[in-house]
Design a binder for this molecule. Structure first.
Ligand code: SAM
Length: 245
């Protein structure tokens, strides 16, 4: 585990790339760990939702040779295309704007895998989302998502030191406990859950992300303050792997 990621960061050019493209805890590391929980073959067509600047596509194409639809509701597909060309993955990676809360612009059962790093909690925090997303995956295919969460759900009992961060719009809605997600997914139809667990790469993926934060920017200061306040007590990275029936 982590062989690709560990080799990747040995190259200074890759460290620069990560610095320029990470939009959360190291997405390459998360992608590598998540992909270790189900079989991936090079003939697979993968839908990557909330892909940001495409780090997960870089891993999936370089390591597994899959075809990846790298989609995001915000990231500019033209910028991503230029980067994918530079990285030598453009022939296997389709950059697109897609809002995952809306009906997706794809045929049902079109994909072998629905993959998502650091974003699933932002668009799939309701009881129908997993059932709906599963309809875009072939029978026998997989849904695999890794995203930030909590070791236990705060509910209305937010720890004192975390209260300032829970006042920020959407944090309370999207940062939930692994217990909360398990209960939500237990109602999903058309899937069989294979894995729900805390990711082993949580600490190092965060460490690599925090290392590029600038405390002089509003966003950087917010992230650094938040992680200092939680001090390893509450946050985790949750992974879900489900087989589509
Ligand atoms: C924390 S970033 C993670 C990006 C990338 N996967 C990574 O690991 O670097 C979350 C991403 O989710 C995207 N996102 C948020 N809401 C979305 C939605 N409704 N549909 C698609 N993408 C969404 C954001 O634009 C952002 O790129």
């Amino acid at each position: 585990m982590n062989t690709f990621s560990n080799n990747f960061i040995k190259d200074e050019a890759n460290v620069t790339l990560l610095r320029e493209t990470m939009w959360g805890p190291n997405g390459i590391r998360q992608a590598e760990e998540l992909a270790s929980h189900f079989p991936i073959t090079r003939d697979m067509r993968i839908l990557d939702l909330g892909a940001g600047l495409g780090l997960s596509a870089l891993y999936l194409v370089k390591e597994h040779g899959c075809e990846v639809y790298s989609t995001d509701s915000y990231a500019d597909p033209t910028d991503n295309y230029k980067r994918f060309q530079t990285l030598g993955i453009a022939d296997k990676t389709v950059p697109m704007i897609v809002d995952a809360t809306k009906p997706l612009p794809f045929a049902k059962r079109y994909f072998d895998v629905l993959f998502s790093i650091g974003a699933y909690n932002l668009f799939a925090d309701n009881k129908d989302a997993l059932t709906e997303l599963a309809t875009y995956v072939k029978s026998g295919g997989y849904i695999a998502a890794a995203f930030p969460g909590l070791k236990y759900d705060f509910g209305n009992d937010v720890p004192e030191e975390m209260k300032p961060f829970w006042e920020v719009p959407d944090v309370a809605r999207t940062v939930r406990g692994i217990d909360w997600w398990q209960e939500l997914w237990s109602h999903a139809e058309g899937i069989e859950i294979i894995e729900v667990s805390e990711m082993a790469c949580n600490d190092i993926a965060w460490e690599e992300y925090l290392a590029i934060q600038d405390s002089n920017t509003e966003e950087g200061a917010w992230v650094l303050d938040m992680m200092k306040a939680e001090a390893g007590k509450y946050y985790n990275t949750i992974q879900l792997v489900a087989k589509v029936l």
